[in-house]
Design a protein around this ligand. Structure first.
Ligand SMILES: C[S@@+](CC[C@H](N)C(=O)[O-])C[C@H]1O[C@@H](n2cnc3c(N)ncnc32)[C@H](O)[C@@H]1O
Length: 239
């Protein structure tokens, strides 16, 4: 039987075109280094599946050349056990790195990301993924942390693929904890950002972070949308 996690991964990946990297205007030359970041990569299943997905060749492409020989991906998660598992099962250790990092952290996060980017002589990731992570940061750290997270993602990326959990997931998460006899998330009741969280995120990214929504990959059977944002200005300085 197929693992639920695998089905969930496939469900979302199938919404993303295999030609995404080229569609964004990268990889005109197949040897161009492309850098991706997956925030909240968990045990890496989705990360690896997506890496494979983006390496698939479009039927019209030259069958001899691999689409992106130099696609590098860094997966981060605050859970060290999950990262350990991801490292152990990583089928492409030369191309995918899994590192334990908290995206809400300041100094160590900054340092690790800078080191990774500078190893590839870049100042930004071409594409950052933040899939099903916003709710955890929002519930654990509050409204300002959610906005800080979005600003941070925007500041390190040229493109951002965002899947924000809908409000009903917040209620289920809080209910699950209550059933376990644990107190509610510290911030749940006090959150001012509620309802259509994806729309709040879009507004923040467009008004305050120099990003613009360019595509929406529809909603999955879990009623979530994958929103693709692009930095409005890509200058020599931000390359
Ligand atoms: C629901 S899972 C999503 C996993 C994967 N991105 C996906 O969409 O299938 C959320 C992940 O975010 C991670 N996470 C939560 N808060 C985080 C933070 N502050 N920094 C890094 N990862 C975080 C959790 O450990 C968990 O692995």
């Amino acid at each position: 039987m197929q693992h639920t996690g695998t089905r969930r991964a496939e469900n979302r990946i199938n919404l993303i075109p295999t030609t995404l990297i080229q569609d964004l205007g990268y990889c005109k030359d197949s040897s161009e280094t492309i850098l991706m970041l997956d925030v909240g990569c968990n045990s890496g299943d989705l990360t690896v599946a997506l890496y494979r997905h983006l390496q698939q060749r479009a039927p019209s492409e030259d069958p001899i050349k691999p689409p992106h020989t130099d696609l590098h991906l860094m997966g981060i998660d605050l859970d060290e056990a999950l990262i350990h598992r991801a490292q152990q099962t990583n089928p492409f250790p030369q191309m995918i790195s899994f590192i334990p990092l908290d995206i809400t952290e300041d100094s160590s996060l900054q340092t690790q990301l800078e080191v990774y980017l500078s190893q590839h002589a870049r100042s930004h990731f071409h594409l950052t993924l933040c899939l099903a992570v916003t709710m955890w940061v929002h519930l654990n750290h509050g409204d300002s942390a959610l906005l800080r997270l979005l600003s941070r993602l925007a500041s390190i990326s040229h493109h951002l693929l965002l899947e924000a959990q809908p409000w009903k997931c917040y209620r289920s998460a809080a209910r699950r904890l209550r059933k376990l006899g644990r107190s509610d998330f510290d911030h749940f009741k006090a959150l001012a950002i509620r309802g259509d969280v994806a729309e709040h995120a879009r507004e923040h990214l467009e008004k305050h972070c120099g990003m613009v929504l360019i595509r929406c990959f529809g909603s999955t059977t879990w009623d979530r949308r994958l929103l693709l944002f692009r930095r409005t200005e890509i200058t020599e300085k931000t390359r």
